[in-house]
Design a binder for this molecule. Structure first.
Ligand SMILES: CC(C)(COP(=O)(O)OP(=O)(O)OC[C@H]1O[C@@H](n2cnc3c(N)ncnc32)[C@H](O)[C@@H]1OP(=O)(O)O)[C@@H](O)C(=O)NCCC(=O)NCCS
Length: 183
């Protein structure tokens, strides 16, 4: 995997993906606090100070660097409105594997933005970072997330069941391989 220390925003037909900045925290907190958005996510805290701290931590990392997530804010090119965030994280102990995560604010969902942003991120991971595989994990009931994965060319590779005292969780692992079937 290569490390991109000079990241340039990714521009798509309607969107711009740029590094998340501390001043994005209020906008990100507004949608992450929505129960529907939180439903399938494992965030401990969604308040602005916690999000700001996390963004500051992530800004110390470059895309492709191991050790955690790097986050990008997704903006509409025309309006400049922040409509979501996506992230990349190199899988620990698996060279060449890059994980993606994604969230679009409810007000902006259903317009293809999730697919457009994740497609750009997958291409970036392959073309600029040299990833061999891009992967996402989701709750097995998270239909919208799975649909986005499928639309960018990912295929189901594993079903996961995690049982604990708190109950059981069923998840899925989707992946796309560089040079694999196109979306
Ligand atoms: C997953 C998410 C990013 C999708 O964003 P989006 O911008 O609405 O996605 P798109 O508009 O690109 O839609 C992609 C596909 O999902 C489908 N879809 C979207 N929401 C859906 C829903 N609630 N139920 C069923 N299908 C849904 C769309 O119809 C579309 O498929 P189609 O083109 O075959 O019709 C968004 O729902 C979200 O942020 N969810 C909460 C956070 C989350 O769970 N993130 C993923 C964690 S792994």
């Amino acid at each position: 995997m290569q490390v991109d220390t000079a990241f340039e925003p990714l521009v798509t037909e309607r969107l711009r993906l740029r590094r998340s900045m501390p001043e994005d925290a209020d906008a990100i907190s507004a949608y992450r606090g929505d129960p529907e958005v939180q439903r399938f996510q494992g965030w401990d805290r969604t308040d602005p100070p916690a999000i700001r701290d996390e963004i500051e931590r992530m800004l110390r990392r470059s895309p492709g660097e191991p050790g955690g997530w790097v986050q990008f804010s997704v903006e509409e090119r025309v309006s400049g409105t922040l409509v979501g965030d996506v992230g990349l994280s190199a899988a620990e102990g698996e060279p060449g594997v890059m994980k993606v995560g994604y969230t679009i604010a409810p007000a902006a969902q259903g317009r293809g933005y999730g697919t457009e942003a994740v497609r750009a991120l997958v291409e970036y991971a392959f073309d600029r970072l040299g990833a061999d595989v891009v992967r996402m994990y989701a709750d097995a009931d998270n239909i919208a997330s799975i649909r986005v994965a499928e639309k960018v060319g990912m295929r189901l590779v594993e079903r996961l069941v995690h049982r604990s005292k708190l109950g059981s969780w069923e998840g899925v692992r989707y992946e796309v391989t560089n040079g694999g079937p196109s979306p």
